[in-house]
Design a protein around this ligand. Structure first.
Ligand code: DQA
Length: 149
């Protein structure tokens, strides 16, 4: 049975490691992808890891995930706070969705406190740095295993 999880990253996360490192840390997105792949092996998950600065591309990946994935771990970045279109796309996806933010958005500017994606997410992780992605993968694996049992 498929154990494919999509790990999706929104705008500006391609600059992770260079972008405001005092907020987002020094790890690059390639480091995050490597760590996710390592953990996925341990959890017996397959992953597709994507980043885009374009809203439509993230939506297309969510549509693709509908057909083949058992979960989505997503850091929608700034689209978190603005995108009804991404919320609508996630609402078409039935398996677990975990929303990840590297920083603690609740400690930051007020406009970051609202998340459209949280209206769909089964779990939200914020402020755990890039470790949040790994916690998200562990949670999806657990929910998939529980569903099978
Ligand atoms: C972020 C938080 C968002 O508010 C911001 O726009 C990002 C990254 C995070 O990972 O902490 O780009 O999602």
């Amino acid at each position: 049975m498929s154990r494919l999880v999509f790990v999706l990253n929104g705008p500006n996360l391609n600059l992770l490691g260079k972008r405001q490192p005092h907020i987002y840390g020094h790890e690059t997105l390639a480091d995050v992808e490597r760590d996710c792949r390592e953990l996925a092996k341990e959890l017996n998950l397959d992953i597709r890891f994507h980043q885009s600065n374009r809203e439509y591309e993230l939506i297309d990946w969510i549509h693709e995930a509908r057909e083949i994935a058992v979960g989505i771990v997503m850091n929608p970045a700034a689209f978190t706070h603005t995108s009804v279109a991404i919320l609508d796309a996630l609402n078409t996806f039935e398996p677990p969705v975990i929303e990840v933010h590297i920083s603690n958005v609740h400690k930051r500017e007020e406009f970051r406190h609202h998340s459209f994606v949280s209206k769909r997410a089964d779990g939200v992780i914020a402020g755990f740095g890039t470790q949040g992605y790994l916690l998200g993968l562990r949670r999806v694996a657990k929910l998939v295993d529980e569903k099978k049992a």
